[in-house]
Design a protein around this ligand. Structure first.
Ligand SMILES: [Zn+2]
Ligand SMILES: [Zn+2]
Length: 343
């Protein structure tokens, strides 16, 4: 096998398994870096991509948008990195000129291109990324934990800090705690909130408890509204994170949200949702969107992980060759938290 060849998990067609192929190692262009991928996280969005639900994604290509690795080769005009640096890869390639990029909200960039979506991502042995997308981290952080910072951890951080504006002693609820929500428990505790979590699976709620959740509610057995009402002395939650994202979960989130409170839409599964107008508008409840995170969130999140304040929760790791099994487990709901490919 030539030294210029690597293994990659290629999505050749929608609705099909990925194919492990040997393809040429990409070359970094000006301003780009070649990374030896060490860990590549799997996300529910990988399933949406496989199902052809993201119109900007064109096949064949290599998915994977939660990547950590080692700087392997520098393209021309790259400063600030050395061979061997441990880095995570920010997903969004920013234009840096639009009104959003120039005001610190690059996650809304008008000309957004994303690694692992419109360009090849991290489900491969070597990956090229713009140097501007790389952030260094301390080698004491294991690669599999670092890998999920760009999406699962930073996304919940942005949701909790910026969109939910969670404050100390706020009562918050994470609906459908899982790959993202379990990171969110630790982040919300860091901001001093009292944390409620829901799931239909006791094992997920166990992990949420271990992650610091104050109250866990199995919605197959307990009435969510009544339980929250009892535990909050009738005040209900200040901020609710809907990590499920189906029609009924938005209304459920609004139901357990106090007057003037916020519902942050983290999960997405269905395109249309219906809410009761009177009880939402007349109680001045806010429904707030969220997409990814900004560079500042990534910098802050890395620091919290390096300082041991957030310990990214990984449920299971797989080898690159096992990617289809890993995706099948995720689709079947067998993954009780984030899963990561180790390379
Ligand atoms: Zn994702
Ligand atoms: Zn922009």
């Amino acid at each position: 096998m030539s030294i210029n060849i690597m293994k990659a998990a290629v999505l050749e067609r929608f609705h099909q398994d990925l194919v492990i192929k040997e393809i040429p190692i990409p070359q970094p262009k000006r301003g780009e870096v070649l990374i030896k991928v060490k860990a590549s996280g799997l996300c529910g969005t990988d399933l949406h991509i496989q199902d052809g639900r993201l119109p900007t994604v064109k096949v064949p290509y290599v998915p994977g948008h939660e990547t950590a690795g080692e700087v392997w080769e520098l393209g021309a005009e790259v400063d600030g990195f050395e061979i061997g640096d441990s880095v995570i890869v920010a997903i969004d390639i920013l234009c840096n000129t639009c009104r959003f990029c120039t005001t610190g909200r690059g996650n809304l960039c008008t000309h957004l291109v994303r690694l692992g979506f419109e360009r090849n991502g991290g489900h491969e042995e070597y990956m090229v990324a713009p140097a501007a997308n790389l952030l260094k981290f301390d080698k004491k952080v294991p690669y599999e934990k670092a890998a999920i910072i760009p999406d699962a951890v930073a996304c919940m951080y942005h949701a909790i800090k910026n969109q939910g504006q969670v404050r100390a002693s706020d009562k918050i609820c994470i609906l459908g705690v899982g790959g993202l929500g379990l990171q969110g428990v630790q982040i919300a505790k860091h901001f001093g909130a009292e944390v409620f979590c829901t799931s239909r699976q006791d094992r997920k709620l166990e992990i949420a408890k271990q992650s610091g959740a104050d109250h866990v509610i199995n919605t197959t057995r307990e009435n969510l509204f009544e339980t929250i009402r009892g535990l909050t002395s009738g005040e209900m939650c200040d901020v609710v994170f809907d990590n499920i994202g189906i029609d009924s979960s938005i209304q459920t989130s609004l139901d357990i949200c106090r007057p003037g409170g916020k519902v942050v839409m983290v999960g997405y599964d269905e395109d249309i949702f219906h809410v009761q107008y009177q009880s939402t508008a007349m109680k001045e409840k806010e429904i707030i969107g969220i997409r990814g995170s900004n560079r500042r969130d990534l910098v802050e999140t890395i620091r919290l992980v390096e300082d041991g304040i957030i310990d990214p929760y990984i449920f299971k790791t797989y080898a690159l060759d096992e990617i289809n099994q890993a995706l099948a487990d995720l689709r079947a709901g067998h993954s009780l938290g984030r899963t990561v490919l180790l390379l």
